[in-house]
Design a protein around this ligand. Sequence first.
Ligand SMILES: *Cc1c(COP(=O)(O)O)cnc(C)c1O
Length: 460
Amino acid sequence: MLTQEEIVKKEREEELFEVHDPAILGAARSILDSCSTPEQMQEAVLAAVKRNEKWRGQECINLLAPEAPTSPTVRALLSSEVGTRAAEGHIGAVNRWFAGTKHIDEIEALCVELLKKLFKANYADHRLCASMIGNMAVYTALTEPGDVIMSLPQPVGGHSSNRPDGPAGVRGLKIVDIPFDQDELVVDLETFRKVAPLVRPKLVALGASMTLFPFPLREMSEIVAEWGGKLFFDGAHQLGLVAGGQFQDPLREGAAVMTGSAGKTFSGPQSGVMVWNDPALTESLTSAVFPILAATHQVNRVAALAASAAELLAFGQTYMAQIVTNARALAAALDKRGIPVLAPHKGYTTTHQVIANVRQFGGGLEVAHHLAKANLITNKNLIPGDKPEDWDRPGGLRMGTIEITRLGMDQAEMETIADFMARILVKKQDPAHVGREVVEFRAAYQTLYYCFENGLPHLK
Ligand SMILES: *Cc1c(COP(=O)(O)O)cnc(C)c1O
């Protein structure tokens, strides 16, 4: 006979539907079961955070395209006192529910004005806890359920937030694919010119998680303007590049609104930003943020966002230019060593991203986990030619140069990193062995640059 406790445990393990990896949840339960006090449970959490900080923060070569390390000031602000304060609503005493927000108003106003300055925009919203929420705000403000929009499908770089499985789908929009040229890796403008008038999208969402080349924003905005359609630029990845003047400038090329992630190339606290110019959009966009999608919007994060905007004003141009230079150098170095990279005929990339085709090495999932054994962090990615059934095991590998650039690396180090990868994938060397050299190499790069504390790196 099972005791009541054992029955509960058995049910928990065998019958409850679970989306998370049951083995990892099980391991966490055993750790908690082995603790005799809640304080020890808290210590278990702290220990895991420390392990990550040592490995990912100090030992790995991090090539994840959507991650950026934040400056010491920005990190410190994330744990500031103001993060325990609740502020909802728009800036100003009568707009808030709570009293006592006079300094919070100062912080938020500085953030809004810094964002406006950085993006040369008339309006900015600072309250988006994620760029995904920014996209939801745009769909809430600028569409009605049943409207038609166009966006890029995932296999050519599209993101769930603009697709049926994300905010656009939740809004009940009909979503038509933007035609994409799979060889040139750009929007197929000629086909768009034919398809768009047939479906007359109210909104065209441009922007992508796999993003190598600029978009024909000017031409597309002129096409959809014929029926009053608008262009929405989802610059989640490119936001920092735009701020640093190293990518196209969507607000000046026909986009009505731009959203973006503050934690990708922008290199601030993970969250979202939204900017626009037209006063006629202000009421609908800001009321979609509050009271619809954000209430307590984490003022510590807003302070950190403001501080990182100031860093980009000072260092954005050089930092972002080096990120792109490094991406092109890393792509060429990988290609030279037998790891094929997309778009060699176009210089590989004009952003922070490098996309390799790793089908011959076992596919993106296998390769990413194999490289992680050597402390080289990348992610699997769908690439043109992948089918919907390849979703979990796509043929591509995505890399980005944000973190390695902020650590002060330049083109010479890209050769070294490509060497590490080629030794594992092409020469089939033991990742554990290569991984020890990765840790030694990384030990020399522990300072973050392009911030007021440490200034610019001394590049060769
Ligand atoms: C990452 C990404 C998002 C979501 O950004 P979060 O800040 O993580 O919410 C939205 N759109 C695109 C194209 C992205 O790549």
